[in-house]
Design a protein around this ligand. Structure first.
Ligand code: ADP
Length: 261
């Protein structure tokens, strides 16, 4: 992967500018710094790196992006009439786009709410959305995506709390990283224009992992919220049904299957 090959593959999409790095700390940090400069970065500007040395997940967790095998990119979305009222759907926009690109390759993805993409119950991609505000007005947001493309991008199991896989492991052949990136961005541009629709929530909900199963969600405390995973609220929160058949809404947290269910 290099800047020329990327530009060629991405030329059919209406993107902003591109910054490519052989190695970088974090593509999200670069995108946030770029967007903050005089003149900033246009809507749909993209940072891509072959390697991240300080890749970030949520809550200061680390995201591994070894050289030559993974895809790490951050996309800058400027605030707009469509985005502002649908801000809470942004993680879904990214997750749905990654999932659709996997489906196009013949795979069967699922979204482990809110921000992970699974193949065969193992994590293949993670998403980190960060927002920038001017006072209480949204200025822009950055969608960071890390995907394990080739087998060698999968971190050693002892570094992970959750099993991981790669597109190559699941497909049996090595996909082209630029093509994967292009198909995710194409899906994202498609769905961004439809973020406010019911069709968007339905498409996102249809890809959710563990639907109809007993799950536990942890959000900052040791006490999980447990229940059957029903689906999504219009704002992208998770809807569970507890053992008293009462509906519970979970806005933030980590969801996993209940081991004893
Ligand atoms: P979570 O999966 O808990 O929501 P994040 O999406 O923020 O957390 O991702 C960070 C976590 O993902 C790390 O704590 C690590 O366990 C795991 N991880 C880091 N890099 C990779 C990778 N390349 N593939 C799969 N899992 C990873």
């Amino acid at each position: 992967m290099n800047e020329t090959s990327l530009k060629k593959v991405l030329s059919k999409l209406k993107l902003g500018s591109l910054r490519y790095f052989d190695s970088i700390g974090s593509t999200n940090d670069e995108a946030l710094a770029w967007a903050a400069t005089e003149g900033g970065a246009a809507d749909l500007s993209l940072v891509v790196a072959d390697e991240q040395t300080q890749g970030r997940g949520r809550l200061n967790r680390k995201w591994f992006t070894p050289k030559g095998s993974a895809l790490a990119f951050s996309l800058i979305l400027r605030s707009s009439e469509t985005l502002r009222p649908n801000l809470s759907r942004t993680v879904g926009l990214a997750a749905l786009s990654v999932a659709e690109s996997c489906s196009k390759n013949g795979l069967t993805p699922s979204i482990k709410w809110p921000n992970d993409i699974l193949l065969n119950g193992k994590k293949v991609a993670g998403i980190l959305v960060e927002t920038v505000w001017s006072g209480d007005e949204l200025d822009l947001l950055v969608i960071g995506v890390g995907i394990n493309v080739l087998k060698s991008s999968v971190p050693p199991a002892d570094l992970l709390q959750f099993p991981a896989t790669s597109l190559e492991d699941e497909l049996g052949t090595p996909p082209n990283r630029e093509e994967v990136l292009s198909s995710i961005l194409e899906a994202l541009i498609h769905w961004r224009a439809r973020m406010g629709t019911d069709e968007f929530i339905k498409a996102w909900e249809n890809q959710l992992a563990f639907r109809g199963q007993q799950v536990q969600t942890f959000a900052g405390t040791d006490v999980p919220v447990v229940g059957e995973l029903l689906g999504l609220e219009p704002d992208g929160s998770l809807r569970l049904l507890d053992k008293h058949r009462k509906s519970i809404v979970v806005r933030f947290g980590d969801v996993s299957l209940r081991p004893d269910a």
